[in-house]
Structures are given as C-alpha cells and as structure tokens.
Design a protein around this ligand. Structure first.
Ligand SMILES: *Cc1c(COP(=O)(O)O)cnc(C)c1O
Length: 367
C-alpha cells in the first residue's frame, strides 16, 4: 500500500470561485491567473474548472504552450512579457498577449518580424517597484509602442502592493490608483488593475481583473476575512491518515528537539505527512488540523515524513483515522489553508505552490 497521503483538486470549487470573481466584477472580464502550475494545483487539473474564464494569465512560456495544447483558443496573457527576444516568435505563433514593462521589451518588438501584430499590456510601476515603467516614462513608452507595426492593440495595466490592506499606516491602494489614473488619463485602451484582493475589497471599474488566489479558495485578506466570508471554497485538500499512536505521561516530549513537553497525560496520533510533502515545517505546536472532520491541533515539530496530532479529547480516533491538513474534511468540515499558513508564518500561496511532487493528486469533479 502506498503512503496514505493524497491531494484532491476540487474542480467544482474552481468553477464556483471563478464565478465569485465575476460577481465581484460584473462589468469586467476575468483572467484566471494560473502561473506556478496553477498555484500548485496543476494546469491540466485546473483547466476543466476554469474554462469559463475570459482568459488565462501566467508567465511561463511552457505553461502557455500547455494551455494551447489543452485546447484553449482564447486570450492568454504573459504577465511578465518576453524574457528574451525570441519569446516573441512564440507569442506570434500562439497568439499570446504579453506585458511590456521595460524599454528592452519594446526594442525586441521593434526588431521582431511578424505578420501578426501583437496585443500588449503596457505596465505601469505605480509604486510596487517591481516591474513597469515609471509614471514619467509611461506615456513615451505608449507612444513608442503605438508607432510600431508589430503592435496591434495597447492595453494598460498595473499591480497593487497593498490591496490586501493588512499594512498599518498606509493608504492601501489609493496612492497607486492615483498614480495609474494620472499616468493613463487620456490614453486609450483596456485597463487591468485588480488582483484577487483588490477585486473583492475595492471593486474598481476596469476591463479585466486578474483573479489568482481567490480562484483556489483562499481569502486574500485573511485573517481579516476568511474564505467563507467571500463565499470561496477550497480547491485543494491535503489529507492523510494516522499511522501510529502514543500515550504520553506528564513530562514526556514529542519529536525532534523535544520542543513540545506534555504537561498532562495525552494521546497523540502520528500522521503520514511532513515537510517533504509540502507541509510547512514552521507550523509549530497548535497548528489547526482536522481528524475525522473534527478540529484539533498539531504537537511538536513537523518532521520530513510525519507530524503529530493531539487526540486526547478524541477517544474514537486512532490508527487509520482520516486527517485533513487543509481543505475539505469529512462531513462538510473545512479547514482553510489560510489558517495553516498563518500558523506557519506564511501565506496560503506558498503552501499551495509547495505541494510536493511525491504527493499523489486526484482530481475530483463532485462539488
Ligand atoms: C500573481 C498575480 C496576480 C494574481 O494575484 P492574486 O493575489 O493571486 O489574485 C495578479 N496580477 C499579477 C501581475 C500577478 O503577478
């Protein structure tokens, strides 16, 4: 028998969550963001649940190719644009729309030989200071692009650093929005501004929203709001089973470093899931977990292949009991991945993307 750990991808949840993005931005078209192998869910696994998107946004050219192979003929946006000049050949061939965020990408376009003029998304650096033209350079970049025969349509985009609104003492997205509005003021073209957090929280008018993490069922502003608040459902479940049991006396310790020490008699279960499966090693004692759909907590350090759960108040639980590390448990129980991420001092994105190759993945079509 293989190790009892597995990941389930819930196709219907993807469809449901995508519809929530649409509800939040009824006048906009929706990019389903599927970079990083659909945030660890697998592009092939996720595509059937996301077909109702108006387009797919990603950044790896291999992923764009895969999506075309799967039969998607609609828009695909390369969020970071070309990484080298010959990437533009693939853009022409596969009709990929691409971001343009620096002068060099315009140089490449100017030298690119094509009969298929490209649709580009000119990116403004409105304050994130990652990719994009400064407000001062934005208009000149637009003018340069507009003069190129290789360019068909120019759309305008920017990306918010603080749409989740968890930073103190900041004005959220206001300064970035003002910067975009000033730089883009009288330029024509479609606009794309919002990620998941901005889509749900600010409801700005735009032509395209870019829905990433919400599509996978995580609340971008957790713990301010949880996924249920936004009516989002987990698209990924990580589950395993109890493969060993121990009874502890007061003073007994658990795991590497003996970081946990029992202050009373306890029953603990050993679960076949560790950091080599993608479970975060930094999730300390007390991280929430479901056993047979009932909430309890982890105990001691997470090791490579195992972690430990407290079963003291669960006399029915024992060898073989089902353990939900995140996602959907039995009897409708849900453990948001956000709660596990928070306990590990990280965000859901990192956990989703880190699901390890050795974990078998099942795609489930039922709701
Ligand atoms: C990843 C990404 C998104 C999606 O962000 P979420 O927070 O997952 O919704 C949107 N836009 C850009 C440019 C991105 O890189």
């Amino acid at each position: 028998m293989p190790r009892p750990i597995e990941a389930i991808i819930h196709v219907q949840a993807l469809t449901h969550n995508l519809a929530q993005a649409r509800n939040a931005a009824p006048d906009a078209k929706v990019w389903a963001v599927i970079k990083a192998n659909a945030y660890g869910h697998g592009i092939e696994n996720s595509y059937p649940g996301l077909r109702a998107a108006d387009g797919f946004a990603l950044l790896d050219l291999d992923e764009a190719q895969l999506l075309r192979k799967l039969g998607w003929r609609g828009p695909i946006l390369l969020l970071e644009g070309a990484f080298e000049s010959r990437d533009l050949e693939l853009c022409s061939r596969l009709k990929l729309w691409h971001a343009v965020h620096c002068e060099q990408q315009i140089d490449w376009l100017a030298m690119h030989k094509t009969h298929e003029p490209h649709r580009v998304f000119l990116k403004l650096n409105s304050g994130m200071n990652r990719l994009g033209f400064t407000p001062q350079a934005f208009r000149a970049a637009w003018t340069r692009l507009n003069a190129l025969p290789q360019v068909d349509e120019i759309s305008l985009m920017t990306h918010f650093s603080d749409a989740d609104g968890l930073r103190f003492g900041a004005d959220g997205i206001a300064h970035q929005l003002a910067s975009f509005e000033a730089a883009a003021a009288d330029l024509p073209g479609e606009r794309s501004l919002s990620n998941s957090a901005a889509t749900l929280r600010y409801r700005l008018r735009s032509d395209w929203v870019r829905a990433g993490v919400m599509v996978y069922g995580s609340a971008p502003d957790y713990p301010g709001n949880d996924p249920a608040h936004w009516d989002l459902r987990p698209a990924m479940t990580l589950r395993s089973r109890v493969i060993g049991m121990q009874n502890l006396q007061p003073g007994d310790s658990v795991g590497y470093g003996s970081s946990f020490c029992a202050s009373q008699a306890m029953r603990i279960g050993i679960v076949a899931c560790g950091y080599a499966d993608g479970y975060p090693r930094h999730a300390g004692s007390g991280t929430p977990v479901l056993v047979n759909g009932q909430r309890t907590t982890t105990v001691g350090r997470v090791s490579m292949d195992m972690l430990v759960v407290d079963l003291t108040d669960m006399p029915q639980a024992g060898l073989g009991s089902e353990v939900t590390l995140w996602g959907c448990g039995p009897k409708g129980a849900i453990l948001p991945i956000d709660a596990v991420a928070q306990a590990a001092g990280t965000i859901s994105y990192e956990l989703m993307c880190a699901l390890a190759k050795r974990v078998p993945v099942t795609v489930e079509n039922r709701a």
